[in-house]
Design a protein around this ligand. Structure first.
Ligand SMILES: [Zn+2]
Length: 309
């Protein structure tokens, strides 16, 4: 009887000419934990998702391990941040995977930035003197929940293309994610509303989308230029500017040395806050919505602590 029960669907499938398992699992590799988390939201049990960069790592610099090549070799779909964020490490991994499906331009390569709102697209000529400026705009765009929604839509469409039989499943999952995200956005917007226009400083240019969305005004960076480590003269200038403007918050990504931010904090009375740039940056940040729960709560408690307005 037990045997019959488990073979029943298979038998039915055989009789009606349809395979018992109509839904193949799509193997997805994401370059970051954020993209992996959003893919899981949309893909549900029809995808198997793995990722390369961990949420607490600097996504500009990732060690290209052989294990990544093996995983990429088996992937049906590669979801990348794009905008040259992974320029230093992803192209050789893709090449060495020898997987035709996920080469740039193939159906199995998805540049998640193509459906997102991108800030800081430089106009005019880019020179080396400008530092590590991304010529295609700021690649840290997933830090606005509206872009999370747009990334999810891009993933939904690509998964449906790969597995048309599951298109409505992916559409339903997307609609559910969209609904939960919209509810959470109302909460985050309400929490942040009293602090519109608050001036802050950040270490790297990781937060333009986050700050635009939640009304924070970034007036300076610990890095003198993107990707360039702090220098004494720039730090001095920054501290003078912070004192002049009354800046009380310095946001730092978890992968930067806290030495300079801490001395800036001591000198100016500002609070140094290590914010999570990605899902997985902290144990409790297990999905895309929790990323904003974590960051919004941390920013607000820092504002309250410092009395910054
Ligand atoms: Zn960057």
């Amino acid at each position: 009887m037990r045997v019959l029960r488990s073979f029943g669907p298979l038998l039915l499938g055989f009789l009606f000419g349809a395979p018992a398992v109509a839904h193949a699992t799509i193997n997805v590799m994401a370059t970051t934990e954020d993209l992996a988390a959003i893919t899981r939201e949309v893909g549900g049990d029809r995808v198997k998702v793995d990722f390369i960069a961990r949420g607490y790592q600097d996504p500009h610099f990732v060690e290209a391990k052989p294990s990544f090549i093996l995983k990429l070799a088996k992937a049906d779909l590669l979801v990348a941040v794009g905008r040259e964020l992974e320029l230093g490490w992803l192209p050789p991994l893709i090449q060495q995977s020898r997987n035709a499906k996920i080469q740039v331009g193939a159906d199995g390569y998805l540049d998640a930035s193509l459906t997102a709102k991108i800030l800081e697209i430089p106009t005019g000529q880019i020179t080396r003197a400008m530092g590590d400026v991304h010529p295609l705009g700021n690649p840290h765009y997933w830090l606005d929940p509206e872009n999370g929604r747009r990334i999810a839509a891009g993933i939904r469409d690509r998964l449906a293309k790969r597995s048309p039989a599951d298109a409505s499943y992916f559409a339903d999952r997307y609609a559910d994610f969209d609904k939960r995200l919209a509810l959470a956005e109302k909460r985050w917007d309400a929490q942040m509303a009293p602090y519109k226009g608050l001036r802050i400083v950040t270490y790297h240019r990781s937060w333009p989308n986050f700050c635009e969305r939640f009304g924070l005004d970034v007036v300076g960076y610990v890095e003198p230029k993107p990707g360039i480590p702090p220098s004494p003269s720039h730090t001095l200038e920054l501290m003078q500017e912070m004192k002049r403007l009354g800046v009380k918050i310095v946001l730092v990504e978890p992968y930067f040395d806290l030495k300079t931010p801490n001395s800036i904090g001591r000198e100016t009375g500002a609070k140094v806050v290590v914010l999570a740039p990605s899902v997985g940056a902290e144990k409790e940040i297990t999905d895309y919505l929790r990323l904003f729960d974590y960051d919004v709560n941390l920013v607000i408690s820092a504002i309250k602590e410092t009395g910054a307005r």
